[in-house]
Structures are given as C-alpha cells and as structure tokens.
Ligand binder design. Structure first.
Ligand code: SF4
Length: 232
C-alpha cells in the first residue's frame, strides 16, 4: 500500500469532533497558500512513516482510539489514500479527512469511507488562483463542496482568516457565496502568522477585521457559525 506519511500525532481530541483520534499527516500538496503552516509537507517525497509502520502503530490502539484523521499537506494529492483509508477502516477505526478539496474525483470515490470531513474553503471562487497560485483551483474546491454537501456526511466547512488576504467586504462576499451554496455549518479559524510577521500586529489586524458588526452579519447567514481562536 502506497501512502507517503510525513508525520503522525498519536492522540487528538480536537481534529475529529467527539472522537479520540490519531492524525496522519499526508505528504504533498500542489497548492501554495501563503499561510501554509506545514511547508515541509508540500514536497511530494519524504523519509517519513509508511503504511506498515502506521498499521503497527494502530494495532495496539484498537478499542482505545475511535478513529484516524487523514490531514496534510493535502491527503487527496495521493492516489494511495483510498487503500490506506480502507485499511484503517478494516481495522475498526472511523475515518476523518481534512482537505482543501483539491481533487473532487478522488473525494467522490472516498465518500463511502468517510465518517467526518473538515473542508477548507479558502476564498471566494474568483480569488482562488491568486491565493493558491493554481489556475482552476476554485472550481475544484467548489466541486468538492457540492459533493460533500450532497453526501450527507458529517462535516465542517471552514475558512482560515488572514487579515492580509481578506477585507470585511471579501469575507462577507465569501460567506454569502457559501450560504447561497447551501452551507449551514461554518467556521472561521484565525490564521497563525508565519515567520517574520509581528504576532501582535497580526492579532490586532485580525481582531480589527472581525469586528462585532461583521460577526453578527456572518452569524445571521448560517444555522451554526463560530470563530475559532478569537478572544474578545
Ligand atoms: S492547500 Fe493546505 S497544505 Fe496545500 S498549500 Fe494550502 S494550506 Fe498548505
């Protein structure tokens, strides 16, 4: 079984809501978001864990962990993901996926295996190429969003808010686009600044962007809305 794994978190209580899980960080991503916090996972190859090592890790944890989260990098980047998920599933674990929806065709085939999905929607359709560096990336993400919403699989749609990439106007436009598309549960997560950015200034800019009036507008668009990591 081919799955290039760049890292492993043995236990998480937050990456698969309501479940105790391990997180498998899949190697590789074709997109280049400026705030990416796992740049070491972007290249295709790594010297990390492979499937037999993951299987050996999981074997004694049957009955202790509820599930396994495939995160990244971008898990859909790898064609071996389906086999790995099937392997995990056959061991009795639930399967969760963190993805930016880069490969909707692969996502479609994986849907029967998935118990939960966290889908990152990075920006509104027209601004995707500017953010990811990839022409057509917005259409891929939108196709994945449609598949996920249609599937009925438990999920979270979320957007990372970098104050350098969003204005109040563009954030509101994105939220309205998502609400029109049928998104019901929506989460904004604060972007952790990358190196060489003044952390205090970054936090002030984010707090300034996400003012009370904007948050109230966003709250009104969704049945369930939250901002992760914002202290007021
Ligand atoms: S899609 Fe995810 S892994 Fe790929 S560059 Fe963007 S943030 Fe990083």
């Amino acid at each position: 079984m081919q799955l290039r794994i760049g890292g492993l978190t043995p236990l998480t209580t937050i990456d698969f809501p309501g479940h105790l899980a391990a997180v498998v960080f899949c190697q590789g991503c074709a997109w280049r978001c400026p705030y990416c916090h796992n740049p070491h996972l972007l290249p295709v190859n790594c010297d990390g864990t492979d499937w037999p090592m993951l299987q050996a890790f999981l074997e004694p944890r049957r009955g202790l962990l509820d599930g396994v989260v495939f995160s990244g990098g971008e898990p859909l980047f790898q064609s071996g993901l389906a086999d790995a998920m099937e392997g995990v599933k056959s061991m009795g674990f639930k399967v969760a996926l963190h993805t930016a929806g880069t490969h909707p065709d692969r996502l479609r085939r994986l849907l029967p295996l998935l118990d939960w999905v966290g889908l990152d929607i990075k920006t509104s359709l027209e601004h995707y190429p500017q953010l990811t560096g990839i022409t057509g990336s917005g259409v891929k993400a939108q196709e994945s969003l449609a598949l996920l919403l249609e599937s009925g699989i438990s999920h979270e749609i979320r957007t990372t808010v970098d104050p350098h990439l969003f204005s109040r106007k563009t954030l509101l436009e994105l939220a309205e686009e998502l609400a029109d598309f049928g998104v019901i549960h929506y989460v904004l997560q604060l972007c952790r600044p990358v190196e060489n950015v003044d952390q205090l200034v970054h936090l002030e800019n984010t707090t300034f962007l996400l003012d009370t009036a904007l948050l109230e507008r966003l709250e009104g668009l969704f049945s369930s809305f939250m901002v992760r990591g914002l202290n007021r």
